[in-house]
Design a protein around this ligand. Sequence first.
Ligand code: FES
Length: 91
Amino acid sequence: MTTLEGLAADGLDPVQQAFVEKQAAQCGYCTSGFIMTTKALLRQYPNPTDAQIAQALRYNLCRCGAHVEILQAVRRAAELMAHDDSDATGR
Ligand code: FES
């Protein structure tokens, strides 16, 4: 099992990097859950459709309106992971 902190053991994980780039957090309370769910989604669907993203994140709630940025971050994470060979380790 990998924790949010474990994702960053060797520097920011591509999903974390994408959330930073897209400023996909306001309060930050929900961010850990969004990042871990995104990581699991992208392992299953490396290039997810919008419907797959919505389905995967349906139980992650953001009360402060960062949904647009979060969706942008998921798409950006998919791009970054497509070019990141280190993620083949399953980190
Ligand atoms: S960023 Fe956490 S609830 Fe919106």
